[in-house]
Design a protein around this ligand. Structure first.
Ligand code: HEC
Ligand code: HEC
Length: 266
């Protein structure tokens, strides 16, 4: 008898869900429709994100996205919602690169969904992530809305592994100074990427796409140290040349540290 009774809550839940969401199918398909219950939506929209959208928070969010949150497995490496684990899901995992979606959601709505999940397949992370980690994820997701501007330069198959590579060289003043010396010296980066890193060096004028502008914060936020390391080491298919044969790993990581300084406006 006891066994039979344990089904009852499930049956009730099913009935309640069917009654209270008559248009659930249509709502599921409309990725712009709010995922928060209408009764709570107003008050949730008033909640402010306590963390600034800065490099530190975005980097922390990115680490969780590719690390313990395994968000990338469903939402994809660039946030397009095309990760392998999400392939069979209906509705599909959200496409964070959609500017339309980014516009209709407030930070607190995104935060709440990460916390509580949705009825349509997004799972709840409230128990496995701290509040701060969830806001960091919100900030990282905000940087994905324009990801189309800077598609990754690393082959998709290698991307998760490259994204998680740790920079073994501390970004202290010694390493940054070494990076700067190479940038203006034997690396001749300055000739294409320019004195202030804006991508406006003379030798780069004929390239299309042009040499990267390291002062672009969207690019800085999107790329991990590992991706920048690989781009310098191996070059890109679109015109950045490979320096792996002429520079030591230590030198390339120091260049990464210097490019980060440029990104901070130094
Ligand atoms: C097992 C697959 C899966 C994983 C892992 C996953 N998600 Fe989702 N996520 C989904 C699906 C499916 C949806 C769409 C659900 C819907 O339309 O309500 C979604 C929707 C979302 C949304 C959009 C909600 C809205 O308001 O439109 C956000 C934000 C989100 N996920 C964040 C995350 C974050 C952050 C992580 C990692 C901590 C993560 N997801 C991990 C499957 C996943
Ligand atoms: C001859 C011109 C030239 C020189 C010299 C050059 N680059 Fe580039 N670099 C480019 C071009 C062009 C691109 C854009 C290629 C692309 O969009 O994939 C680029 C892109 C990059 C990127 C961005 C890759 C990404 O993931 O978006 C990095 C990082 C980079 N260069 C670093 C360097 C460093 C460090 C040096 C010096 C060691 C250097 N470059 C020297 C032309 C140059």
């Amino acid at each position: 008898m006891k066994k039979k009774n344990s089904f009852m809550p499930l049956v009730f839940l099913f009935i309640i869900m069917t009654i209270s969401y008559p248009g659930a199918g249509a709502l599921a398909e409309d990725s712009l429709a709010p995922r928060i219950n209408p009764g709570r939506l107003r008050s949730i929209r008033l909640i402010k994100n306590p963390l600034p959208l800065d490099e530190q928070s975005v980097a922390a969010g990115k680490e969780i996205y590719f690390g313990k949150g395994i968000c990338f497995s469903c939402h994809g490496d660039t946030g397009k919602g095309n990760g392998p684990s999400g392939a069979g899901l209906d509705p599909r995992p959200r496409d964070f690169t959609s500017i339309a979606w980014q516009k209709v959601r407030t930070d607190a709505e995104i935060y709440t969904v990460i916390n509580e999940g949705t009825q349509f397949g997004m799972m709840a992370y409230g128990n496995s992530l701290t509040e701060e980690e969830r806001w960091d994820l919100v900030n990282y997701i905000r940087t994905l809305g324009v990801a189309e501007d800077f598609p990754p330069r690393v082959n998709p198959g290698r991307l998760p592994e490259v994204k998680l590579m740790k920079n073994p060289v501390r970004p202290d003043s010694k390493s940054v100074a070494l990076g700067k010396e190479i940038y203006f010296g034997k690396g001749i980066c300055v000739s294409c990427h320019g004195e202030s890193g804006k991508g406006d060096g003379q030798s780069g004028a004929s390239f299309n796409p042009g040499p990267r502008d390291f002062t672009n914060t969207t690019w800085q936020n999107l790329r991990t140290d590992g991706e920048i390391f690989v781009a310098i080491n191996e070059g890109t298919q679109l015109g950045m040349m490979a320096f792996g044969d002429n520079l030591t790993e230590q030198e390339v990581w120091s260049l990464v540290n210097y490019l980060r300084e440029i990104g901070k406006g130094k």
